[in-house]
Design a protein around this ligand. Structure first.
Ligand code: SF4
Ligand code: SF4
Length: 245
């Protein structure tokens, strides 16, 4: 029974909740993130998200230690996305890591393509695409007033003179505006193969099929351009200089 007065997800089968709970517990990091809980609240006192949201790392430690499947399912689908993954909660006197518990839970939510994961990651689709296709994160041309309204007038000033700002930076590899830094085609292909072989591409397909399809298309045309075969991982991972841009 859930600890929440207005319990949600009563329509979800207990077996499904248990399956996801067991998936969290089966993670190889599980025994390093939860040892038991004094309920002292030190983690919550140090948690920045607890100051702004109806959120408490202590609740995660307690619910997971009690194996409260219904409440776990609620945390998995709602509250856990309020964690900012700062790990201030690791100052726990029992050496628990509520942030670590949440990391595992988030991975389970993403791997299972839960709606809450899709919703939470929607705002990051551009960043996911950049990371997975280039290995770099926020590109300078993403610094637009609409994208970062909380930056005030500074972001407008920077976005208007982006080329000039970037050319003023000494390393040539940073003279780009569409990428954080210049990345060789060989590196992009190697990253793609790593994401593919480790199951990360499949995970993205579960969460955002649109990004997955774009990534596949972009990387396949890059491979065509380099005359590389998708099954020939060795060539791609150990590509000679000609695979460089
Ligand atoms: S990792 Fe999450 S739960 Fe831990 S202190 Fe930071 S925001 Fe709070
Ligand atoms: S997780 Fe640690 S810090 Fe948080 S309430 Fe439990 S014992 Fe205290």
């Amino acid at each position: 029974m859930s600890i929440y007065r207005d319990a949600k997800y009563a329509d979800v089968a207990p077996a499904e909740k248990l399956r996801l709970f067991n998936e969290v517990k089966a993670d190889f990091r599980w025994h390093h993130v939860l040892y038991g809980c004094y309920e002292c609240g030190i983690c919550t006192a140090s948690c920045p998200s607890a100051r702004f949201y109806d959120f408490s790392p202590r609740v995660f430690a307690q619910i997971m230690a009690r194996e409260d499947i219904d409440s776990f399912y609620e945390l998995l689908n709602d509250v856990m996305w309020s964690c900012s993954q700062c790990f201030s909660c690791t100052r726990c006197p029992r050496h628990n890591s509520p942030g670590g518990i949440i990391t595992i839970m988030r991975e389970v939510a993403v791997n299972n393509g839960l709606d809450s994961a899709k919703e939470a990651l929607k705002a990051y689709s551009r960043i996911i695409y950049k990371v997975m296709s280039t290995g770099t994160q926020v590109a300078p041309d993403m610094l637009q007033p609409d994208f970062f309204p909380d930056w005030g007038p500074d972001v407008k000033r920077v976005s208007e003179n982006l080329d000039v700002w970037r050319r003023a930076i000494p390393p040539d590899t940073l003279h780009t505006t569409e990428l954080a830094w210049d990345v060789s085609d060989k590196t992009r292909l190697q990253l793609y193969m790593i994401f593919k072989l480790t199951g990360n591409l499949e995970m993205i397909e579960n969460i955002d099929e649109g990004i997955y399809m774009i990534l596949e298309e972009v990387m396949e045309s890059l491979m065509d351009e380099k005359d590389l075969d998708i099954d020939d991982f060795e060539n791609i991972l150990e590509g000679e200089e000609e695979a460089e841009h």
